[in-house]
Design a protein around this ligand. Sequence first.
Ligand code: C2E
Ligand code: CA
Ligand code: CA
Ligand code: CA
Length: 278
Amino acid sequence: AQKQPGNSAVVYTDDLLVRERDRLQLEARLSQALERGELELFYQPQCTLSDRRLTGFEALLRWCSPDGLIPPDQFIPLAEESGLIVPIGRWVLQQACRQAQAWQVAGYGQPVVAVNISPRQLQHPSFMAMVRDVLQSTGVDPSSLELEITESAVMDDAEGTIATLSALRDLGLQLAIDDFGTGYSNLAYLRRFPIHRLKIDRSFVRDLGRDASAAAIVRGLIQLAHSLQLSVVAEGVEEPTQEACLRDWGCELMQGFGFARPMPEPDATMFLRARPPV
Ligand code: C2E
Ligand code: CA
Ligand code: CA
Ligand code: CA
């Protein structure tokens, strides 16, 4: 709302109150969602670009509220502001690890399950203890778990992040920087992060083939990753032309509607059974 002559000051206040009230209501409902079993993980397949072999899945959170499915963009920010992301994030990690372990025990190979970690979670004092605890209680092979950390989160507190990431890598986990290209990476730090992969943000992939500068950026990001001995995942790959460009430029992995959409666990299990992972 912006200031305008007349009685718009009243409208401004009303707007703000309504939004604040809605936010508090949503927050109250979200805090109950976990105990009521309304949260669910969907799994989106990832594959190699060279021959489209399945490598694993990204776990994506869904809130199946009584009023319908609420997409993560609408509740993750709220969960971060309120701190609810800490118990929710723990549940996500536990669920993803249980699933990875269940797939392996069932003899479906060892797909890598990637889990999103929010900045607030990563900075929480008991984060490392929580991860160790979940690994131990689920018995999952750490190498089949990948953590995705956004570029902005790692750059916020680069020195602190290096220590945490090193400890995570020492546990045998895979580490990826998510939404790469959208933040302002300090390249000197990037070199020091003990990570395995960069995930190129969907916004760049989307404009491939439409916009020459997007192509230049994607090529540049792939070259940068390779020069740092990192592999690259492109997200949001929808069209065969995007896929062809990425393959030509040596990008290793892809994820997007062009290969498969996020799906509930039973569908992901069927998908996996039909395509033994690399
Ligand atoms: P993200 O980590 O960048 O996840 C990728 C998003 O892109 C997912 O949206 C996925 O459904 C969507 N996507 C994948 N391929 C395509 C494609 O080809 N075309 C289009 N148009 N979209 C595609 P989703 O599931 O709605 O998740 C949105 C964001 O919510 C995620 O972005 C992530 O930042 C956050 N999120 C989801 N689950 C979790 C979670 O468990 N924890 C945390 N902290 N954040 C999560
Ligand atoms: Ca992600
Ligand atoms: Ca991403
Ligand atoms: Ca993204």
